[in-house]
Design a protein around this ligand. Structure first.
Ligand code: P6P
Length: 330
């Protein structure tokens, strides 16, 4: 009988408050999955009048998912505060104490523009250690501004043909699939490793004219295939749902690029560091891959703002190393 998530966490000696927080997040994702599956039957499709801090039109399910995570995770005893793509400010839950605890960050429904067209979407989450405080005090924004390498756990749930959790606690990457009959999360992969080589890249090619020379050169050589300097043909995928594109890479290799582009030069890219790039980069590195931001490892990127954006190039280690060399020689 496959291991379930609770037994996996217990077997791997996960700190009890961390295990409880992870189980609470994932059980909430079970409920989000049920809403996603109902689609138009559930009257939760479509957009709201509101915009999030990113200036993106919020889908009903974005806000519903966000509120579900806030409400349910607040009960997890080790949780000090939360932050979300859908909220301008942090969401304090309980005071920091000398015992420490955890900070939870999430993109409650990444790829939500795909909801109305029935394409896979997902929830991404990151867990950071809460600082210890000599005297009890509420968490502050500055407590969240930790580099990605400080994460104690990261994961995503992809709402696709299967509902699957991919999780790391810093000691390898494992996958659990939701059994729709029992509601249990059963382990379906242990010790996921990303093949170091690949012939498959994922990028929104319509942005080619906006990219930096290194990225444009990389993609043009891929397009040249066996007639070009690398002498091999490549395949391209772009689901426009980071969770779905990254899950494919976790399962069969590849590289995912959402690089800086000239449309908004002051922004490092489109994707957010704290609750998209950092959790995905920890998962990818733990699976033997690499995650690069155009200058260095994403997990080492300086953090200055909760909603800062970053250029993302991640996946098969040898291919990311090739992309890094192109940046160094540009
Ligand atoms: P584009 C979804 O909105 C998202 O944040 C990621 O999930 C996805 O990879 C990217 O944006 C898609 O962006 O510009 O291709 O629509």
């Amino acid at each position: 009988m496959p291991t379930n998530l609770r037994d996996h966490l217990a077997t791997n000696d996960a700190e009890p408050a961390l295990a409880d927080l992870i189980v609470t997040v994932v059980d909430t994702c079970s409920e989000i999955s049920a809403l996603v599956r109902r689609g138009a039957l559930g009257e939760i499709m479509g957009a709201l009048e509101s915009e999030n801090v990113q200036g993106e039109v919020q889908k009903k399910l974005d806000v519903i998912s966000n509120d579900m995570l806030l409400q349910r995770c607040a009960a997890s005893a080790g949780l000090v505060a939360m932050a979300s793509e859908e909220m301008d400010d942090i969401h304090p839950v309980r005071d920091l104490t000398p015992k420490g605890g955890y900070l939870l960050l999430f993109d409650p429904l990444d790829g939500s523009s795909n909801i109305d067209v029935n394409v896979s979407i997902g929830t991404i989450f990151s867990i950071l250690p809460a600082p210890m405080a000599d005297a009890p005090r509420p968490a502050a924004l500055a407590d969240f501004l930790q580099k990605g390498r400080a994460q104690v756990a990261a994961g995503y749930v992809v709402y696709g043909p299967q509902t699957t959790l991919v999780l790391t606690l810093g000691d390898g990457v494992h996958a659990f699939t939701l059994d729709p009959d029992t509601g249990d999360w059963l382990q379906t992969s242990a010790g996921i490793t990303i093949p170091p080589e690949t012939k498959e890249y994922a990028i929104n090619a319509s942005n080619l004219r906006h990219w930096a020379p290194a990225v444009r050169g990389y993609v043009e050589v891929c397009l040249a295939g066996e007639t070009g300097p690398r002498g091999k043909n490549f395949n391209m995928r772009w689901i426009a749902s980071m969770v779905a594109d990254v899950h494919r890479i976790m399962m069969r290799g590849g590289v995912f690029l959402y690089p800086w582009d000239a449309r908004e030069p002051e922004r490092a890219g489109k994707l957010r560091l704290m609750y998209e790039a950092n959790p995905m980069s920890l998962l990818v590195e733990q699976a033997g891959g690499a995650a690069f931001d155009g200058h260095g490892a994403i997990l080492d990127a300086e953090v200055t703002d909760l909603h800062q954006r970053i250029s993302v190039m991640l996946g098969s280690r040898a291919e990311v190393a090739h992309i890094e060399r192109l940046h160094q020689s540009a």
